[in-house]
Design a protein around this ligand. Structure first.
Ligand code: 5GP
Length: 208
C-alpha cells in the first residue's frame, strides 16, 4: 500500500521500562525503524555511537541547533538531546514507520510540528514501583534519583496529551499492548488505504 510512514512517539518517566519495550518491539518488526537521537551525554555500558545515539559534544550540538537541524530538542537531566529533522522526514516520506523515544518536553514540541504522529505514554503500575525502579538501578546518586522523581512528577502531568497509555505492570503484556497499538494504527482508515480500496475494489465494481 502506497502510504507515508507513521511516526510513533514514545515517552515515559525513567524506570518505566520504555527502553526495553522499544528495543523489543523494534526487534520483532522489520518495518519499524528507530530514530537515533543526538545527545551530549556520554555513552553508558554497551551503548554504541550511531546505534543507540549519536554522541556529540555540546559545541556540535549547539551548532546543529542554530542551523535548525533538530525538529525538537530538550535538556534532560543536564544533557542535551535532539531529533534530526531531515532523516526523520525522509523515512516518513519513503513510507517507513519510525519509533521515537523522547522525553515529554520534546514530544510536546513535536506535536506542534508533526501532524499525524501517534503519541504513546508508558507508566509503571504505581508511584512506589516507579520509585523502587529508580533506586533499583543502583547506578545513580540520591540527588540524581530526586531529580528524576521531580522530572517524572512534571512529566506525568502531561500524560493526557498522548493518545495511548500503557501500564508496564507485567512486561510481556505491556510489550504486546505497545505492538498492538502499532498494528492498529497501521490498519486505521486514512487517505492511503481509502485510495487502495477505491482502486482495487470500488472502481472494479463500476467497470464490471
Ligand atoms: P537516556 O539518557 O536515559 O537514554 O535518556 C534520557 C531521556 O531523554 C529519556 O526520557 C529519553 O526518552 C529522552 N530522549 C532521548 N532522545 C531524545 C531526543 O532526541 N529528544 C528529546 N526531547 N528527548 C530525548
Amino acid at each position: 500500500m502506497d502510504r507515508e510512514g507513521i511516526l510513533f512517539v514514545v515517552s515515559a518517566p525513567s524506570g518505566a521500562g520504555k527502553t526495553s519495550l522499544c528495543r523489543d518491539v523494534l526487534g520483532q518488526d522489520a518495518g519499524l525503524r528507530f530514530s537515533i537521537s543526538h545527545t551530549t551525554r556520554p555513552p553508558r555500558g554497551e551503548e554504541k555511537d550511531g546505534k543507540d545515539y549519536f554522541f556529540i559534544d555540546e559545541a556540535t550540538f549547539k551548532e546543529k541547533c542554530d542551523r535548525g537541524d533538530f525538529i525538537e530538542w530538550a535538556k534532560v537531566h543536564g544533557q542535551y538531546y535532539g531529533t534530526a529533522e531531515e532523516g526523520l522526514r525522509k523515512w516518513i516520506a519513503e513510507g517507513i514507520d519510525v519509533l521515537l523515544d523522547i522525553d515529554t518536553q520534546g514530544a510536546l514540541i513535536l506535536k506542534e510540528r508533526f501532524e499525524g504522529a501517534v503519541y504513546i505514554y508508558i507508566l509503571p503500575p504505581s508511584f512506589d514501583v516507579l520509585k523502587q525502579r529508580l533506586i533499583g538501578r543502583g547506578s545513580d546518586s540520591k540527588e540524581e534519583i530526586a531529580r528524576r522523581l521531580q522530572k517524572a512528577h512534571d512529566e506525568i502531568r502531561e500524560y493526557h496529551q498522548y493518545h495511548y497509555l500503557i501500564i508496564n505492570k507485567e512486561y510481556e503484556a505491556a510489550k504486546q499492548t505497545l505492538y498492538a497499538v502499532i498494528l492498529a494504527e497501521r490498519a486505521r482508515i486514512g487517505q492511503a488505504n481509502l485510495k487502495w480500496v477505491e482502486d482495487r475494489f470500488i472502481h472494479r465494481f463500476e467497470d464490471a
